[in-house]
Design a protein around this ligand. Structure first.
Ligand code: AFP
Length: 322
């Protein structure tokens, strides 16, 4: 099995970007270790604080965020970082070539039940003309990401990453401490019989989404003429990993549950990096009005509706909105 650094060299990734990727991966190895030790080191449960998103932070969220942030800022490779857990961006090296957005622990509600969680990261080039303190540096579309991925802390710690030359799966080999390539150029089947959505929000969805999901549930007895299976991990990293591994459609649609917040998922920390991985694997990543990665962000904590996965199924879903 090939080591990660060899894959990166084969894909002609610039040396300074390889150094940054290695820095990020060093942080994920440390987080993976901390997650495995959390029960024994008093890191289960919540803090009394809320993050900028108004969500109660878990102790591990805070630890993972501090770790990731410190390692990146100390590296000198980054001009600034932006985290789901920080109020605004944090300045790094004024001449750093890159900026990094990340969700240090996606799926926090799974922490206390020892279920799937992960770290998501996204790298853009830093605009040279902007000050390191300026959060506007992060207002770049998903298309401009130069490297992104996630690390899934599951039965195996897995890295799924792309630098624009295909989506690849790696697994952390604890004997030598590095990530090894296990699947190059993952491809998502175009058709699927599996969907992922939080069904408890059904009554809050727009009518076209109600109709679409209704037809999936009707299965063979309905217009789709085939049965569908449903899965919901409550961690986008886990649900997208399944879609990348065997196909499926994943959606967190617009809803009216909280009128001030029609969307749940974050554009920069969740939707954009996952969209790039899905598209590189031959799938589609859309909102009901266009491609997710075409969106020009207006704020760093922006939220967005998400419909992604197997190409033909995403197109079928979108046809209900026409
Ligand atoms: P947290 O990381 O704040 O727990 O949120 C996870 C998430 O943003 C995403 O990973 C899941 O797909 C989604 O929320 C789960 O949402 P529900 O709470 O509706 O299940």
């Amino acid at each position: 099995m090939q080591r990660l650094s060899l894959t990166l060299r084969q894909d002609n990734v610039p040396l300074d970007l390889i150094s940054l990727i290695k820095t990020i991966l060093a942080a994920t190895k440390e987080i993976s270790f901390r997650v495995s030790q959390a029960h024994m080191s008093g890191l289960m449960g919540s803090t009394l604080d809320e993050n900028i998103q108004g969500e109660i932070q878990k102790k591990l969220d805070v630890v993972a965020n501090e770790l990731f942030k410190d390692i990146l800022l100390e590296s000198g490779f980054v001009k600034a970082i932006s985290s789901e857990e920080e109020d605004t961006s944090v300045a790094g090296n004024a001449v750093g070539k890159y900026i990094v957005s990340f969700d240090p622990l996606d799926g926090s509600s799974n922490i206390d039940i020892n279920s799937l969680i992960g770290t998501i990261f996204s790298i853009h080039e830093a605009p040279e003309h902007m000050d390191a303190n300026n959060p506007d540096m992060f207002k770049q579309s998903g298309d401009k990401q130069v490297c992104l991925g996630y690390v899934l802390y599951g039965p195996a710690t897995m890295l799924v990453m792309t630098t624009g030359s295909g989506t690849h799966f790696y697994v952390l080999d604890r004997t030598h401490g590095g990530y090894l390539l296990v699947h190059r150029n993952v491809k998502i089947p175009e058709d699927t019989q599996e969907f992922a959505i939080n069904m408890s929000n059904q009554r809050f969805w727009q009518e076209p989404m109600q109709n679409y999901i209704g037809d999936l549930i009707a299965g063979e007895a309905g217009v789709r003429d085939k049965n569908f299976n449903m899965r919901w991990i409550a961690a986008m990293v886990g649900d997208i990993h399944r879609v990348l591994s065997r196909g499926g459609i994943f959606t967190y649609p617009t809803d009216s549950k909280n009128p001030n917040q029609p969307h749940k998922l974050r554009l920069m920390y969740e939707a954009n990096p996952m969209s790039f991985l899905i598209e590189q694997a031959g799938g589609l990543a859309m909102t009901t009005t266009g491609r997710i990665m075409d969106i020009e962000p207006t704020s760093i904590h922006q939220r967005v509706e998400v419909i992604m996965g197997s190409k033909n199924e995403v197109e079928t879903c979108l046809s209900y909105f026409k």
